[in-house]
Ligand binder design. Structure first.
Ligand code: ADP
Ligand code: MG
Length: 295
């Protein structure tokens, strides 16, 4: 085994030192991180868990919101039900809602909580139904199709989250919401993350997904948009060129930034330590959206 040279060691020290101004800026702030179903099970997962724990230990109030759509579809298939989507929303009959709640709250949520807690007593899992964290109103399909138990976030009550972060705990949120008559409703995790970030007065909202960031043209890898303002994101949404999973992220970002959050990021969750690189180094990765043009 060769011993590290003094230069190697100093390069390591420099890398840690580079984090100091960023840690100073974010310590004591709230950061909402949405971890997408698309990034789950990729090489970046363990590093993501470590990054969340590191954020907590440097004094950031970190809240994890997770998806899990692919796992819901898998369980539906095992129960002989075919997943059907209308404009990106899963048609959710009572049985599907039951399966979705089982997978998201019982499995995906607990997997994340378990992994984070290998580092100690840190994570507490909850869903939008707990403490009326997320209240949904049924979504009305413009085409008149019956979407079942699909909702839009109508209200957010972050009391339960604050009770946890005030104790140094990391809330992990499954986005099943409380709907009319106490019934569970399926709300989009990206939209929920945006509403939660606004309600919490978060400093940052981060989406971890399975692409580098937002592309001007998804087919052109050279078209990554590194820096945008919220007004530019609104224009992109109005232009209608962005499809599928990116639309709810962009609307979530608009909700958050128009609601007072300073910055939002879309990062590649398959990459190890994407979160750490973005938050604690001088080099930005992915797409960053800021509230206003900064001079
Ligand atoms: P997640 O589980 O993280 O929510 P989604 O599959 O719902 O993942 O959303 C990410 C997907 O959005 C990408 O894999 C990509 O196919 C799609 N997408 C659509 N338009 C764009 C775009 N302009 N730039 C980047 N990704 C896009
Ligand atoms: Mg998605």
């Amino acid at each position: 085994m060769t011993l590290p040279t003094i230069d190697d060691l100093q390069a390591k020290a420099a890398a840690v030192h580079e984090a100091l101004p960023w840690i100073k800026r974010l310590s004591g702030c709230t950061v909402v991180v949405k971890y997408g179903g698309a990034a789950m099970g990729t090489a970046g997962f363990d590093a993501f868990v470590d990054d969340v724990v590191l954020l907590r230990y440097v004094g950031v109030d970190v809240i994890v919101v997770h998806g899990g759509g692919p796992e819901v579809s898998q369980l539906m298939t095992r129960f002989g039900k075919e997943p059907v989507f209308v404009d990106g929303h899963r048609v959710t009959d009572a049985e599907t809602m039951d399966l979705a709640r089982m997978v998201l709250v019982g499995r995906v949520n607990k997997t994340l909580v378990g992994r984070i807690n290998t580092h100690g007593r840190l994570a507490v899992g909850l869903s939008g139904e707990d403490g009326l964290l997320l209240v949904a109103r049924p979504r009305v399909d413009p085409g008149g199709r019956d979407l079942g138990y699909v909702g839009d976030v109508e209200a957010v009550d972050p009391t339960a989250l604050r009770a946890l972060t005030d104790k140094g705990l990391v809330p992990v949120v499954a986005t099943v919401a409380a709907g009319p008559e106490g019934l569970p409703y399926n709300v989009n995790a990206d939209a929920a993350a945006g509403s939660l970030a606004a309600a919490l007065g978060a400093e940052k909202l981060v989406y971890l997904t399975d692409v580098e960031g937002l592309y001007a043209d998804l087919a052109d890898p050279g078209s990554l948009l590194e820096q945008l303002t919220v007004a530019e994101v609104e224009a992109i949404l109005a232009g209608g060129q962005v499809a599928a999973g990116m639309v709810p992220k962009l609307t979530g970002i608009v909700t958050a930034l128009r609601g007072g959050v300073r910055r939002a990021h879309i990062l590649d969750g398959r990459r190890e330590h994407a979160l750490l690189l973005e938050l604690f180094t001088d080099s930005g990765v992915g797409t960053m959206v800021q509230a206003e043009e900064e001079s």
